[in-house]
Design a protein around this ligand. Structure first.
Ligand code: ADP
Length: 296
């Protein structure tokens, strides 16, 4: 099953164009939707999760018309929102049991089996009697995955899942996501490049509602090869390099700035050719699109 999005647009009442004619084909497996804050990721995720209307365009999940046949989408959808909002003061077991009931798992026996299996799968079995309100960020996210898996979904949408997790929790969450079936479309929306780098076979980059890139991380890296240049500079030089070069990133290493610039030719002047990273791909795409917007 594939998700095929065509010409999707959404403008909010305040005039913000959150999605601008986005077309994207998403195959099964982990798909990373990468964009800075405000890029339009949540708007796209909410539209696909049938929580919001698009102005125009189409989205087909296999033969399900996502924008018009909401009931059919909801039956095959697992959604993990950015924030649950209120965390109930009930135990993980009780809550999962309750959600399974709401999702139509009416018979007690199969529901017990399902809830127990899910708690084991997301590694919360030993915490099943604890209140969710007392869970750590990572445990809440793993609980979120457990509830999203009820009903054997074909489309799983995970919105900014790793923000606020410590490295250990993030790893556990990554492992869990990786285990989720190969036959499922999993869309991971994030502004964290590492999430996509470690997990996703395919990706898209969006900024200001526009699609900037769609393809595999490997293809994106190959296209940047030979065009990324690195130099260690003095702190006071940063502003100058930002005006004279196509600056895509600057990092402090031991308090010293190291910059990456994009150039088809060797910029000379002490620059070394750098092996491009997915961060270079991401920031390069964002900088280019921001510059084009300013120039237009
Ligand atoms: P992201 O998830 O990538 O951070 P969003 O989809 O939340 O991006 O937002 C995209 C743009 O739409 C932003 O400029 C945001 O301020 C704006 N926006 C989001 N929701 C609303 C809303 N309900 N009303 C008006 N503007 C909104």
């Amino acid at each position: 099953m594939e998700l095929v999005i065509n010409g999707l647009s959404k403008t909010y009442g305040n005039g913000v164009k959150a999605l601008d004619n986005v077309s994207l084909t998403i195959p099964t497996g982990m798909f990373g939707l990468l964009g800075p804050n405000g890029a339009g990721k949540s708007t796209l995720m909410r539209i696909l999760a049938t929580l919001q209307e698009a102005d125009s365009g189409t989205a087909m999940l296999g033969n399900i018309d996502v924008l018009n046949d909401k009931q059919a989408v909801r039956q095959v959808l697992g959604y993990l929102p950015q924030e649950f909002g209120v965390y109930p003061r009930v135990s993980a077991y009780e809550m999962l049991d309750h959600i399974a009931l709401l999702k139509g798992v009416v018979d007690k026996g199969p529901r017990k089996e399902l809830v127990e299996a899910l708690l084991q799968r997301v590694n919360l079995w030993e915490h099943r009697k604890r209140r969710i309100s007392g869970f750590s960020g990572g445990m809440k996210q793993r609980f979120g995955i457990a509830q999203s898996l009820i009903g054997d979904p074909k489309l799983i949408i995970v919105d900014e899942p790793t923000a606020g997790l410590d490295p250990g929790e993030r790893n556990r969450f990554y492992n869990l996501l990786t285990e989720i079936g190969e036959n499922v479309v999993v869309i991971l929306s994030t502004h964290i490049v590492q999430d996509v780098q470690e997990l996703c076979r395919n990706m898209a980059i969006i900024n200001k509602g526009k699609l900037l890139y769609a393809g595999s991380p490997a293809e994106a890296l190959a296209a940047m090869r030979g065009k990324v240049w690195e130099k260690t500079i003095g702190k006071h030089e940063l502003e100058q390099y930002a005006t004279t070069h196509d600056l895509i990133s600057n990092k402090l290493v031991g308090g010293t700035p190291i910059i990456h610039v994009m150039s088809d030719m060797d910029p000379g002047n002490g620059f070394f050719k750098a092996e491009p990273s997915l961060e270079d791909v991401f920031f390069g795409a964002i900088h280019r699109s921001n510059r084009e917007t300013v120039a237009a």
